[in-house]
Design a protein around this ligand. Structure first.
Ligand code: FAD
Length: 406
């Protein structure tokens, strides 16, 4: 494992750093997500457009798709440099990380020509319409129906937890088109216009006070057959393209996430009755545990980076990172809240580090669920890394309309 940049990566890093220094400084304070919604969307678009004009979008995408045709290492280097700034990137992460790669892998040439460029340029926002009230981990159990009607399909049903649906122009949606086929076989994917008649996104309120995700209702929504992704009945295969990109995107520890160093700084500034918090045994134990977890995550991620640098695709062991990252972030956030006692729950504090720790604490529970829950990832590790017997899947081959609903 080589921890140093190759000469090519180092040159790219220097160029990216120079451009970011000149263009991202404006965003430094306060964190972009604390702006009101409209301002967040405006700034997110402006940042995406600036990167696009400078050639820092679609870094790994083929040039034929408007990308830069560079390696995953270049994308990682740019991501590392960008994470030094509070720039607003989250609005485009799902669209460009998951939806559009699915569109350009499975869409027709006309669909690719229409949708890929505006997404990359930051002109159109996308969401991922997969999960439903009764289908999350068991995604193939979705019930939203699409029925053929002439050149169109008519969609009825409900999705839930759809991040940014209320801010999106388009979404990719998994539907059931053949209820008599086994659950993985009767699915078909489409592109849906989020402004089409019959689409209603209702934002859900989170404990942080924000509303990042939605329930989305579809009532008689018409989608042209030209907006189908992949063959009729091949929706599971198409969805796997999205999920593979999702696991890669959420597998690593976000480079801006707080670690043991933030905890140490916080503890150094807190006085307890018996002296500084940093001198207390329990605090030192927790900081040491956080350091050990950080180092383990860093080394596991370096393993994935080494694979990417050699042109390999990181395998199912990537799931290990996500399980450990999400749990450690939750533990670290909880400990920081304990340390700061009542002050930990005063929101909108002037201390940006404390605000970050509060954000970590509140977001970490979601991170343990999004992109595969802890239990599902442990199943993957058990089956595909350790070679243990598979999970029970009793309804796998049963026609979906004969599966008994829970
Ligand atoms: C922050 C966030 C953003 C999200 N954004 C989106 C989005 O943009 N689009 C979208 O489509 N979805 C999104 N989701 C939804 C997410 O994909 C689902 O929440 C996730 O797949 C889990 O599904 P579920 O909530 O239905 O829980 P369930 O699948 O019902 O799971 C409930 C519990 O049972 C456990 N469980 C389930 N099956 C097994 C098993 N076989 N073995 C052991 N334990 C099991 C789970 O681990 C969990 O603890 C988001 C979720 C979060 C938290």
């Amino acid at each position: 494992m080589d921890f140093n940049d190759s000469p090519d990566d180092a040159a790219y890093r220097a160029r990216a750093r120079g451009w970011l220094t000149a263009n991202a400084g404006d965003y430094r304070n306060p964190p972009a997500t604390s702006y009101p919604r409209d301002e967040f969307v405006r700034r997110s678009r402006a940042w995406q457009q600036a990167k696009h004009a400078a050639g820092y979008t679609g870094i790994t995408w083929p040039k034929s798709m408007g990308g830069q045709g560079l390696s995953p290492m270049h994308a990682i280097v740019f991501g590392q440099e960008q994470s030094r700034y509070h720039v607003p990137t989250s609005l485009f992460e799902i669209g460009l990380g998951m939806c559009i790669p699915t569109v350009f892998t499975h869409g027709s040439p006309e669909i690719i020509a229409r949708y890929v460029a505006p997404a990359l340029a930051g002109d159109e926002v996308w969401c991922q319409l997969f999960s439903e009230p009764a289908a999350g981990s068991d995604l193939a159990g979705i019930r939203t129906r699409a029925v053929r009607d002439g050149d169109d399909w008519v969609i009825d049903g409900q999705k839930v937890w759809t991040t940014n649906a209320h801010l999106s122009d388009y979404g990719i949606i998994v539907t059931r088109t053949d209820p008599s086929a086994p659950k993985h076989k009767g699915l078909t994917m489409f592109i849906v216009d989020m402004y089409a008649p019959g689409v209603e996104a209702r934002p859900l309120k989170q404990m942080s006070g924000g509303s990042d995700f939605n329930e989305v209702f579809f009532t008689g929504v018409r989608v042209a057959d030209s907006h189908r992704l992949g063959a009729v009945g091949d929706g599971w295969k198409v969805a796997l393209t999205t999920l593979m990109n999702e696991r890669l995107a959420v597998g690593g520890k976000p480079t801006h996430a707080p670690g043991y160093a933030t905890l140490m700084k916080l503890a150094a500034g807190i006085d307890r009755d018996d002296g500084p918090a940093l001198a207390a045994r329990d605090v030192r134990q927790r900081i040491a545990a956080s350091y050990i977890a950080d180092e383990g995550i860093k080394l596991t991620q370096m393993r994935a980076l080494s694979a990417l640098a050699k042109g390999e695709v990181p395998g199912p062991e990537q799931s290990i990172s996500k399980v450990v990252v999400a749990r450690t972030m939750q533990e670290l956030g909880a400990f920081a809240m304990d340390l700061t006692e009542a002050a930990g729950f005063v929101t909108e504090t002037a201390d940006p580090e404390l605000t970050k720790l509060q954000g970590t604490y509140m977001a970490a529970a979601g991170l343990r669920i999004a992109g595969g829950t802890d239990e599902i990832l442990r199943n993957i590790i058990a089956e595909r890394v350790l070679g243990l017997p598979g999970d029970l899947r009793p309804d796998k081959d049963t026609p979906f309309n004969q599966v008994v609903a829970a």
